[in-house]
Design a protein around this ligand. Structure first.
Ligand code: MSP
Length: 471
């Protein structure tokens, strides 16, 4: 039995959760449930990123004190996480006093790698980062992700001397000591790393006071990404607690837009602290709405609660884990969602369960339960490589196969002809196959799988209402 620590990116709380925020949680939750099935002990962190100019600006525009503003939003994110059936063990808010104190300790421990310097450059408040002159020119002066012009900032900041760590990070990525998935993102990160300058790690208080105070310098607050990234270890109690039982993380889930911070700044911080690097950094793609990037101005932002309320959390997880690719951009539309629900969940799985349980009950079938429910190697290989969509497809393929087998073996005819022995062996085979597929499906659809276990425990009884009533 191992201790496994899994993390999710902590969202900015400058608005309502949207479906794009769902992926980190769904993926991490599947990973956590799979690890628990393997017999490991798991901690799953979640939290909220509450500092930085974006949040400060939003609260200021609304005329609300910043702390009051963030306090009001945190619960929406926690409710959202719970409503997807995601079970975290630890939750961190970056405005927690504990977190702030720990960040200051971390700063002190990194101090020998930090120096002060003047800087001028282009900044995107949406990304919360300085961009290079080259990026500025390439993007025509406007951030492509936030559709806002870059601002010219002239500041005196603290810097982390990146050259102290560059070679070691490069080696760790190349050798997969810190595995970056998918492979094409690993290549992108190695290219970025090659010309990464020193990293600005503070902002002058006169420009932005909403952040963690830099120790021994009343003029400066920490750059939001420093205090945000630190969350992964402050939530474990670092530095005053020994975190070696949980750190390094087994898997850190992040979106493709923020991989650069996790593959470059974060390892530099860890190496500066003398801590090991995470074992895997998994970068998911973006959820598009009807083929386009979600944006308030296009008006295509999908509210996750609307999706969850339509068919429940299990259907939500089904769509976001099977039809949204683990690594690539994928589309959400209501039509695709309805189709996945009716034709796959309700037809393939719901009907199958109903048919088998009804046949078993009608014919007084008793399941012999001494079968081997070991997970297939092929499935485990995919799960171990974080190929969750493919693993889910593999498990669903078994469900489709059972549907095919039942039509071929026609147990209802065996029942009609009074061939009880043949019928029992047919039902035993089909139900065992279903229970084996259920094992694989359980990290993805935990509640449904628990219901299936209940249904196929002797005496077998079909559910009173279908698992997925047709819409
Ligand atoms: N606060 C930072 C993360 C700090 S982690 C130390 C941040 N917040 S965010 O709210 O902008 O994004 C939170 C997560 O949601 C990120 O993993 C991001 O990639 C993801 N997504 C935001 N919009 C998304 C989509 N449309 N689709 C998929 N994921 C996207 O970045």
């Amino acid at each position: 039995m191992k201790n496994i620590y899994i993390t999710t990116a902590i969202p900015y709380v400058n608005g309502e959760p949207h479906i794009g925020h769902a992926l980190d949680y769904c993926l991490a939750d599947v990973c956590a449930r799979y690890q628990k099935m393997l017999g490991n002990k798991v901690r799953l962190q979640a939290g909220t990123d509450e500092h930085g100019s974006k949040i400060w600006q939003k609260a200021t525009d609304l005329g609300v004190p910043v702390k009051e503003y963030v306090d009001g939003n945190v619960k929406k994110f926690q409710d959202f996480i719970h409503s997807m059936g995601v079970e975290y063990t630890d939750f961190v808010r970056t405005t927690d006093t504990e977190h702030e104190k720990r960040c200051q300790e971390i700063w002190g421990r990194l101090r020998s790698h930090i120096y002060k310097n003047k800087y001028e450059g282009w900044y995107c408040a949406g990304c919360e980062r300085f961009v290079t002159e080259k990026e500025h020119v390439e993007n025509g002066g406007v951030c492509p992700d936030h559709a806002k012009p870059y601002e010219w900032l002239r500041e005196e900041n603290y810097y982390l001397r990146f050259s102290d760590f560059k070679e070691q990070i490069k080696e760790a990525i190349e050798s997969d000591e810190m595995m970056i998935l998918p492979e094409f993102r690993k290549k992108e990160m190695l290219a970025l790393l090659a010309d990464s300058p020193d990293v600005s790690v503070s902002r002058p208080r006169e420009h932005l006071e909403w952040g963690v105070a830099v120790p021994d310098d009343a003029e400066q607050v920490m750059y939001v990404w420093i205090d945000a990234l630190a969350n992964y270890i402050t939530v474990l109690g670092y530095p005053e607690r020994d975190i070696s039982g949980w750190w390094p993380a087994e898997a850190q889930f992040v979106g493709k837009d923020i991989l650069r911070f996790h593959a470059i700044i974060w390892p530099a911080m860890l190496l500066g602290l003398g801590l090991p690097l995470p074992r895997a950094m998994i970068s998911h793609g973006f959820i598009l709405s009807d083929g386009q990037k979600m944006s308030k101005s296009i008006g295509n932002v999908v509210a996750p609660m609307d999706v969850i309320e339509k068919y429940g959390a299990e259907a939500f997880r089904y769509y976001f884990l099977r039809h949204i690719d683990t690594f690539l951009d994928s589309d959400f539309t209501w039509a695709k969602y309805d189709n996945a629900y009716n034709n796959e969940l309700a037809n393939d799985l719901g009907n199958l369960v109903q048919r088998l349980a009804t046949l078993a009950k009608k014919n007084n079938f008793e399941l012999k339960s001494d079968f081997d429910a070991k997970l297939p190697n092929e499935f485990c290989d995919l799960m171990d490589k974080y190929e969750f969509t493919k693993a889910f497809d593999f498990a669903w393929g078994k469900i489709q196969q059972i549907n095919h087998d039942i039509d071929e073996q026609k147990p209802w005819s065996l029942a009609k002809n009074g061939e009880k022995e043949k019928l029992d062996s047919c039902l035993q085979g089909l139900i065992v196959d279903l229970l084996r597929a259920k094992q694989m499906l359980s990290p993805f659809l935990p509640v449904t799988c628990e219901k299936i276990t209940g249904i196929f425990t002797n005496p077998i009884a079909p559910p009173e209402t279908p698992l997925f009533p047709k819409n």
